[in-house]
Design a protein around this ligand. Structure first.
Ligand code: IPM
Ligand code: MN
Length: 361
């Protein structure tokens, strides 16, 4: 039987609670679809940092390399200064394990409320491929004359051709496999590049040239669109049905996927994958640790369950992944009152049970 080694890192706040539900659903899938998940817990996060001063040590990264995937809950602790855990754990894992894709589906499920008037699951059904290793996230920077009236702060946005090409390659391949035509819900497979070629005339010029070169040469059947990032924000609200797969740099991808998440029902449902197609990938609900709800059993575990679903899809367990997707859609359409914490009509663990039971059926 195929066995996968999974590192489970519940993290902070409500992270561990939602992760328990994701694991519950994975166990239901494993029993039914004939593979095994060998799961190991890791306690990296704010509590451990407060105890030991340690975020995510190099030895943990080396340990993670022996796993097939990582399932993450959430990172962020109210007693720890912002930036320490984010940089020390989340970003460290992304960069050290070279998880160069951040895959963030923007899909509205039946039964989930969206703030977009007149839009439903048919219209809100696209994916953002966010580059995950470059841009201002890893560009150099610093201060001079700090604390004086002449203080200077610099932080550069950097892209290499290599980073851009490997991200585009993934995005084109993803579009070929999961674009709207491939999924039977549209006439074309379309990849849209989101940039800012009118101002960031260096880095997005590089992206645009690489995009059209690769598209023309290797993917002539995939339609190519280009959007400025500011306009993208408008269209994400006004005409999300235009989009199929979008690809963009790290910073723009971070920003537009929070907008995307709220249009799909919010942080209770939005999931993402930090993917290294040749290495160890890490899957996470994209909402934060929601510390004020910790331990109350009211937080929505669906985002974590959807992250686990993406993990199985990436590992190649596509049948099980499809089943979990269907189960989540069944639960949102027929059971839950709302995606918001405390308003679901069920507790955190009851929502996990509903999905797990459906998967086991
Ligand atoms: C995200 C988050 C992170 C990011 C933060 C917590 C570092 O906002 O995953 O989108 O900026 O990538
Ligand atoms: Mn973000």
């Amino acid at each position: 039987m195929k066995t996968y080694k999974i590192a489970v890192m519940g993290g902070d706040g409500t992270g561990p609670e939602v992760t328990v539900e994701a694991v519950k659903v994975l166990k239901a899938a494993e029993a039914k679809f004939g593979f095994k998940l060998d799961m190991t817990d890791f306690d990296f996060g704010g509590e451990r940092y407060k105890r030991t001063g340690e975020t995510l040590p190099d030895s943990a990264i080396e340990e993670f390399r022996k796993f097939d995937a990582i399932l993450l809950g959430a990172i962020g602790h109210p007693d720890v200064k912002p930036g320490i855990l984010e940089k020390g754990i989340l970003l460290k894992a992304r960069f050290a394990l070279d998880q160069y894709i951040n895959l963030r589906p923007v899909r509205l499920f039946e039964g989930v409320e969206t703030p977009l008037k007149g839009k439903g699951p048919k219209e809100i059904d696209y994916v953002v491929v966010r580059e995950n290793t470059g841009d201002a996230y890893t560009g150099t920077g610093g201060f001079t004359m700090k604390g004086t009236p002449n203080e200077v702060a610099v932080q550069s946005a950097v892209y290499t051709r290599f980073q851009v090409d490997r991200c585009l390659k993934y995005a084109f391949e993803y579009t070929k496999k999961y674009g709207k035509k491939a999924r039977g819900v549209g006439k074309e497979n379309t990849l849209g590049l989101v940039g800012k070629t009118n101002v960031l005339t260096y880095i997005y010029d590089l992206w645009e040239r690489a995009f059209h070169e690769m598209g023309q040469k290797e993917y002539p059947d995939i339609r190519r669109d280009y959007y400025h990032v500011d306009a993208t924000c408008m269209w994400m609200v006004k005409s999300p049905e235009w989009f199929d797969v979008l690809v963009t740099g790290n910073m723009f991808g971070d920003i537009i996927t929070d907008l995307g998440a709220i249009t799909q029902g919010g942080m209770g449902i939005a999931a993402g994958g930090n993917i290294n197609p040749q290495g160890v990938s890490m899957f996470e609900p994209i909402g934060g640790s929601a510390p004020k709800y910790t331990g109350m059993g009211v937080i929505n575990p669906l985002a974590a369950i959807c992250a686990a679903q993406m993990m199985l899809e990436t590992l190649g367990e596509e049948k099980a992944a499809k089943k979990i997707d269907e189960a989540v859609r069944f639960v949102t359409a027929n059971k839950m009152k709302s995606m918001a914490a405390g308003k679901m009509g069920f507790s955190t663990s009851q929502v996990g049970d509903l999905v797990a039971e459906k998967v086991a059926e």
